[in-house]
Design a protein around this ligand. Structure first.
Ligand SMILES: Nc1ncnc2c1ncn2[C@@H]1O[C@H](COP(=O)(O)OP(=O)(O)OP(=O)(O)O)[C@@H](O)[C@H]1O
Length: 406
């Protein structure tokens, strides 16, 4: 049994490649074998089944439904389900994305064991994520498979040379504290998720939020950015104002630039790249209001920074995933928000795009006064070290948090 892998970029059509592996014998004839696909694609299919037919096939002792499970919990549950079906081969797509550090190690050893009896075909866009037992790693060149040799890519060592638009006389100190949680606890039914969280973020700081899968990171974000009803009655201060003392959700959202890799899936409309950035002033997707000259100028400066000014009238969807991410970060930043939230921002990006992403965030951290809250299991190589890390630790009685300083 020769385990194989395919190194792809965000420009390759992953779904078509998976189809070619399963049905067209890209890596040899699999038609007589029982296969499984370990991928977000499969998770989304099962969630669709839950929603439309009420069929709950993928469960664990802890998780009864994929819909309400965290990203990592979903992958754990899918792996357990796939193993229970004893397939002859498993196609693994984005093995480590969304997984916490300890589960990353665990899943690698689970697959090492499985590889003794089961053919593994792995598809990755991060060269560091291949399983150690894979014997042959291929990539697509001119529509054919070639072995991957010595992958280095230094093409974009200094991609963003122009300055970011200035925030003028905006005084970010008036937003102190940007976020303050005072003994915040959250429960679902009789399960406590967060237990007495105390956390203060000051203007201009760069934070990373970490914690194992299911520890409550997304829940914390939804209390800040979303309209999670669990925030009601809690002692939370946002931008110097106690939550619940009159500010509407929209007023809060106006002060936050938000980017998550999940957003890349949501855009189907045919907006131009330029409009996509300008729409950041209105917190809408697409442009419904006439922007002011100053707003247009600011958006144009972002287009210059990204090197996309000449392409501004082209469709946003024509860009690679990496460049779509950069445009959405510019869209989040164009209004000079006091807070930028980056929620698992590199999940799904390939090596090349992650380098671009890191350089853009470094530039934002250096050139603006915006506070950055970065939520990720990974600390990307090229990314500046955050000033502080807030770490959630899971406990039976709910996750607790503490600040780790560099
Ligand atoms: N609406 C809900 N009903 C019941 N349980 C929920 C609901 N929303 C979240 N949970 C549970 O709360 C816990 C925390 O979930 P959350 O998504 O905040 O974790 P996370 O730290 O972001 O995880 P991951 O790193 O895996 O994305 C999980 O165990 C999840 O199953």
């Amino acid at each position: 049994m020769t385990h194989k892998a395919l190194y792809i970029s965000n420009l390759d059509n992953k779904k078509a490649l998976i189809d070619a592996i399963i049905n067209k014998g890209l890596f040899g004839d699999l038609s007589h074998l029982k296969g499984a696909l370990f991928s977000e694609i499969t998770i989304n299919k099962f969630i669709e089944e839950e929603r439309t037919h009420g069929i709950y096939q993928v469960k664990t002792d802890k998780i009864k439904s994929l819909q309400f499970a965290s990203q990592g919990e979903r992958k754990k549950a899918l792996l357990q389900y796939i193993i229970s079906k004893s397939p002859d081969y498993i196609i693994v797509d984005n093995l480590l994305g969304s997984l916490d550090v300890s589960f990353q190690q665990e899943i690698q050893s689970v697959f090492s064991k499985l590889s003794q009896t089961t053919l593994i075909i792995q598809i990755e866009n991060r060269v560091g994520d291949f399983l150690p037992f894979i014997e042959q790693i291929y990539q697509i060149k001119n529509d054919s498979l070639v072995l991957l040799v010595n992958h280095t890519d230094n093409k974009f060592s200094k991609p963003f040379l122009e300055s970011l638009p200035s925030s003028g006389h905006l005084d970010y100190q008036v937003y102190h504290p940007v976020i303050k949680f005072n003994n915040v606890s959250v429960s679902y039914g009789d399960r406590t998720i967060l237990s007495r969280i105390n956390w203060e973020i000051k203007p201009g700081e760069f934070w990373q939020l970490i914690g194992p899968n299911g520890s409550g990171k997304s829940t914390i974000l939804s209390m800040i950015f979303g309209d999670n009803p669990k925030a009601f009655g809690q002692n939370i201060t946002l931008f110097g104002v106690k939550k619940g003392s009159g500010e509407s959700v929209w007023e809060i959202k106006r002060k936050i630039g938000y980017f998550s890799s999940e957003m890349l899936r949501g855009f189907k409309r045919l907006d131009s790249i330029g409009n996509m950035i300008v729409s950041g002033f209105f917190d809408t997707i697409g442009l419904y209001k006439q922007p002011t000259n100053q707003q247009i100028k600011s958006a144009q400066q972002w287009l210059h920074v990204l090197g996309l000014f000449e392409k501004r009238k082209e469709s946003f969807l024509s860009l690679s995933k990496g460049h779509q991410s950069l445009v959405l970060i510019a869209r989040a930043m164009v209004k000079h928000p006091p807070l930028l939230i980056l929620d698992e921002p590199t999940n799904g990006l390939d090596d090349h795009d992650v380098k671009l992403f890191s350089q853009l965030i470094n530039k934002i951290a250096k050139e603006t006064n915006t506070t950055i809250l970065y939520v990720s299991h990974r600390l990307e190589e090229g990314l500046l070290k955050p000033d502080f890390i807030y770490k959630l630790t899971t406990n039976e009685a709910g996750s607790t948090g503490k600040v780790l300083e560099h």
